[in-house]
Design a binder for this molecule. Sequence first.
Ligand code: HEC
Ligand code: HEC
Ligand code: HEC
Length: 435
Amino acid sequence: MKKYFLLAELSIIGLLIGISACTHTPEDMASPTTNQINPPFDTISCDSSNVSYPGTVQPILDVYCISCHSGPVPAGGSNLTVYSDVAFLAQSGLLLGAIKHLEGFQPMPQGGDKLAACEIALIEKWINDTTFVLPPDTTDCDTNLVTYAGTVYPIFQANCLSCHAPPAPEAGIDLTNYSNVAFLAQTGALLGAISHNEGFSPMPKNAPPLTSCEIQQIEKWINDTTFIPGGGGGIPCDPDTVYFQNEILPLLLSSCGIAGCHDPITAEEDIVLTSYYYVMQSGVVVPGQPWESEMYEAITDFDPEKRMPPEPAAPLNSDQINKIYTWIAQGALNNHCEQLDCDSVNVSFSETIFPIIQNSCYGCHSGPSPNGGISLETFNDVVAVGSVPSGSPGSLLGAITATAGNTPMPYNAPTLSDCNIAQIRKWIEDGMPAN
Ligand code: HEC
Ligand code: HEC
Ligand code: HEC
């Protein structure tokens, strides 16, 4: 909505300037504050063979831009008499977007005529030919006392929450939600996006990058924090909540997102179930409404032809079905938690070990032709792999701890949590009781 107002305002300003321009005398038009006067270059011959910052770019900015973009309070916070400010804008794409009047950018010079095509071409040539180095931060950058609440979150508040906050955060990324942030931090997307690394969308979007100090502080926080794989970055697990990364994703990866079914290559019925992003994009989940969600319908279908996972795989058990129901009912969030109260002392096969296997391994290691020829359907099956020492083919412990000589399990998926690995180790050390 705001955008339309802005456009309307700009076109009114443009109209006013247009009208008043008609009444200008030639002397007025020669005044140095109007735009299309004394172009610093011969815009007809447009020689781009010798483009430099002091010789080409700065003279153009001096004529058209610094009336607003200089002094103690430069427009938009950008002082275009200062090289590092210009480099910032050039490097982030803002400078070119603004002078080319590309969609999504503030057309510059504000309220004035577009620069001549030649002037734009010269600036573009300079941008393309220049390797920009982020200006070194001359202010003291304190990375000694970096905390999430005191350092990182305030940076988000100032630069990101306009887009990344409820009720409809951009790209589903809610930076007011710690576990969301922890997840992005841990996957590298957070640092990739703010550092404008290749392969990531540069953030903040359509705005100058964060200062190098802010980037350093966020990087320090990421490096100093232990993010639990597939887990929570410090959010303790609440027994009444079902967490996507901890409980739903492993189940999907072992029972649905497998080769020949819903992995990105096969994508049966265009449904891919190997990450939160794909799950939501496939449209099989309606947050808050399990009964409207194709995923829930498919796992509870009475018709064995339609039921997922299809025969010969066994249907999900009622505990797994309940988890998916609850996760969807709780809003189908991309959430994680950390098992802070891990009990790796009192472990039993039925209460501890088999649920882990069912959740993370069963889909691939059951039925008439289990993966790797290894079935994990029964107590005896699990004891058989549990008896094999780490590093030898077919070792349960070797596979879940990614020991040399074993293929890391679960296959192509995040490792089990430290807690689950400790529990399996303890059960094996106890002599694999049938408890
Ligand atoms: C009449 C004053 C004025 C002139 C002349 C002017 N600007 Fe701006 N410029 C502004 C204001 C005000 C903003 C901040 C706009 C906003 O944030 O809504 C701005 C913002 C910008 C931005 C940020 C754009 C964005 O999308 O966030 C760039 C880049 C820019 N100007 C470049 C230039 C260049 C290059 C020139 C000369 C070719 C120029 N400006 C001339 C007033 C001006
Ligand atoms: C003007 C709105 C806007 C602002 C401000 C913004 N973002 Fe984004 N962000 C988006 C959109 C839209 C996407 C989806 C990708 C795209 O369209 O480029 C996104 C995607 C992302 C991604 C995923 C990038 C990837 O390549 O996987 C991260 C991480 C992110 N934003 C973090 C941030 C952070 C951190 C800030 C503040 C420093 C921020 N964003 C500011 C709109 C914004
Ligand atoms: C997505 C399917 C899939 C999932 C999920 C999966 N596996 Fe496997 N597993 C395989 C495949 C495929 C092989 C054969 C790999 C090979 O031989 O390189 C295999 C092999 C193994 C082996 C033998 C490894 C070796 O080095 O000899 C063990 C033990 C094993 N899996 C246990 C598990 C356990 C325990 C889990 C759950 C924590 C699990 N698997 C989850 C597909 C899967």
